[in-house]
Design a protein around this ligand. Structure first.
Ligand code: ATP
Ligand code: MG
Length: 149
């Protein structure tokens, strides 16, 4: 289904603002305005990445900046937070099933499946997901999806 990126984002972010009153959300779109994807799958990606950014940030630093841009024939979604970050030695592990890093923001009921699920989803969508992070500064998750699928 053809997705209007701006329309998708505004609708989705409004929903998130209702759920998390203390989360700052902003977005910037450059490049293509529409692309073909499954909005439910795209929504699941947003849900997992934004929820993590919220959980793993100090209460006064709950902020996600979303950037959407076009790179060759791909649409790239970047989610940047100002959270606790991920130790360098753990970066390669976070997409593994049931992998969690012990930290003060771990909650009961978290099982360590969110990012493994994201990885499966983007593979299914013929895309990719990567992470950059600095401890105590923040993390950036980057999802790359093909525009023509
Ligand atoms: P679940 O998503 O199943 O509720 P979870 O959030 O612990 O549990 P994942 O979403 O797979 O599991 O994330 C794996 C681990 O990566 C987390 O335990 C957390 O330590 C770390 N992590 C994920 N996202 C972030 C983030 N934005 N900032 C800092 N650490 C993160
Ligand atoms: Mg999670």
């Amino acid at each position: 289904e053809e997705i209007d990126v701006e329309q998708f984002i505004t609708t989705y972010l409004d929903m998130f603002r209702l759920k998390y009153h203390d989360l700052k959300l902003s977005y910037k779109i450059t490049g293509v305005k529409t692309f073909v994807t499954d909005p439910v799958l795209l929504g699941s990606l947003f849900q997992n990445l934004i929820e993590n950014a919220y959980k793993y940030s100090a209460p006064d630093k709950r902020e996600v900046k979303i950037r959407i841009l076009t790179e060759r024939r791909n649409i790239v979604f970047s989610f940047a937070d100002k959270g606790i970050g991920i130790p360098k030695s753990e970066l390669e592990n976070v997409f593994k099933k049931f992998y969690r890093i012990e930290n003060k923001y771990n909650q009961n009921g978290s099982v360590g499946l969110g990012l493994a699920f994201c990885k499966e989803l983007v593979n299914f969508m013929d895309g990719d997901i990567t992470v950059k992070s600095k401890e105590n500064e923040g993390s950036e998750f980057i999802v790359t999806l093909p525009i023509d699928s």
